[in-house]
Design a protein around this ligand. Structure first.
Ligand SMILES: *Cc1c(COP(=O)(O)O)cnc(C)c1O
Length: 421
């Protein structure tokens, strides 16, 4: 459920007509619903009730300061994957003991930054990383709390680019070698082993791969404890999928997921951490765009809109589907049309949908991409010198621009011409 619904024939974001935002900020833009963000965060929080737990928002899915602040106020921690994300989390007021550092290629600079600023734990992914982190910690006179990310060799059955839990993926240490790697960690002076981490992929629409992975983690917990390690925290990653099509899709709910966690690892007495991104932010955002032209091709109609692949790259990069709906609700029985929906960029990859049936629209009509809150704005670029599009946050009948569209001058001013050119 989200808070983007038709009311009196027009699309609303909570209690604000989407067209009113478009009139004020111009198109294209992203708009997020605070009620949806908070609702999704709380669903996870409640699903783990009764267990000692922390829900760390995977902020790579949506990292605007306003969003981080909103979720942190509600009690969320943050899962960060770069020094930039760490800085963003701290700037948004997230307490450092609620920040978890993930990622396969942390640099020593990033390690130093997080150790000095404070960190809940590092999720370490390799032996070379362990050596580096231990050395940095010793240098600073600190001890780095760590979990080790294990790769359980489980097929997440999701898009190849976002599957991370198979042995051929670059992530984590093979679970078969975990005991040896934990032994090494225990021997390094700058590290304190506190738990296990696992994350098998994104947009999982079935609980079975989670179950397979978490059962392996449960077994490993007991083995590692028998080996003398302290395993008091399990970071179970993110990855729960969302419905991108309103019809025919019903991925498992956070409640089902929480019940699965209790069933598989609940008996171990560990503190549970999860790192959902997409499920919190995905359906909390729209990208709103305007039709420029309707063009007749040889055998099809093109709907050319002012949003493009640089603004929302998921269709081009992951063959992702977004429902695209007119902002003015089509009357019952309104004429339908079939479009290839495309942006203005000179690449055929700049295609959002092919052969999409929808109510007929015309030039200057607004269309909204649903489920665009996650991996939308954060993956945007200024390709074709199209300025990053604004982000807007709605709360009931109020809305605020939370990132403004740069002017052309601001965009150009970031470049520097050396005197010798
Ligand atoms: C991407 C990622 C997540 C979040 O994945 P979602 O599918 O957005 O829930 C969580 N943890 C790690 C380590 C990740 O890389």
């Amino acid at each position: 459920m989200d808070h983007f619904l038709y009311r009196d024939g027009v699309l609303y974001a909570e209690d604000v007509p989407v067209a009113e935002i478009a009139a004020q900020v111009g198109t294209p833009f992203y708009v997020y619903s605070s009620a949806t963000l908070l609702r999704h965060f709380r669903l996870f929080d409640e699903a783990l009730a009764g267990m000692d737990h922390l829900v760390c928002f995977a902020m790579k899915s949506l990292s605007n300061q306003a969003i981080l602040h909103l979720l942190a106020e509600a009690g969320a921690g943050m899962d960060v994957v770069s020094g930039g994300e760490y800085a963003r989390a701290v700037a948004a007021g997230v307490p450092s003991d609620r920040i978890v550092f993930s990622g396969v290629g942390k640099t020593r600079i990033e390690m130093r930054q997080a150790l000095q600023g404070g960190i809940r734990q590092f999720n370490v992914e390799s032996e070379p990383e362990m050596h580096a982190l231990s050395a940095v910690a010793v240098e600073l006179g600190k001890i780095a709390p760590i979990t080790i990310r294990v790769n359980p060799d489980v097929d997440a059955k999701t898009h190849a680019k976002i599957a991370t839990g198979k042995s051929e993926n670059k992530f984590g240490v093979p679970i078969s070698r975990a005991r040896e790697v934990y032994a090494l960690a225990a021997s390094l002076p700058g590290l304190e082993v506190i738990g296990i981490d696992v994350h098998i992929g994104s947009q999982l629409t079935d609980l079975a791969p989670f179950e397979a992975a978490y059962l392996k983690v449960a077994e490993l917990t007991e083995q590692l404890r028998a080996d003398g390690h302290t395993i008091k925290r399990l970071d179970l990653g993110g990855g729960l999928g969302i419905p991108y099509q309103q019809i025919n899709e019903a991925p498992p709910s956070p409640q089902d997921y929480g019940a699965l966690i209790k069933r598989t690892v609940g008996h171990l007495g560990c503190e549970i951490e999860i790192e959902p991104g997409r499920l919190i932010s995905g359906n909390a955002g729209l990208m709103v765009s305007k039709v420029i032209y309707v063009k007749d091709g040889a055998d099809r109609q093109f709907l050319i809109i002012d949003g493009a692949m640089n603004d929302l790259i998921r269709p081009a990069m992951y063959d992702a589907h977004h429902d695209i709906v007119p902002v003015v609700q089509p009357a019952p029985g309104a004429d339908q049309a079939t479009y290839d929906i495309v942006g203005p960029i000179c690449e055929s990859g700049d295609t959002f949908a092919k052969g999409r049936s929808m109510a007929q629209v015309g030039p200057d009509d607004l269309v909204a991409f649903r489920s665009a809150g996650a991996y939308g704005a954060v993956m945007a670029s200024e390709y074709n010198s199209r300025p990053l599009i604004p982000e807007v946050l709605v709360h009931r009948d109020q809305f605020a621009v939370i990132r403004a569209r740069p002017t052309f001058d601001e965009m150009i001013a970031r470049d520097i011409i050396p005197v010798w050119v």
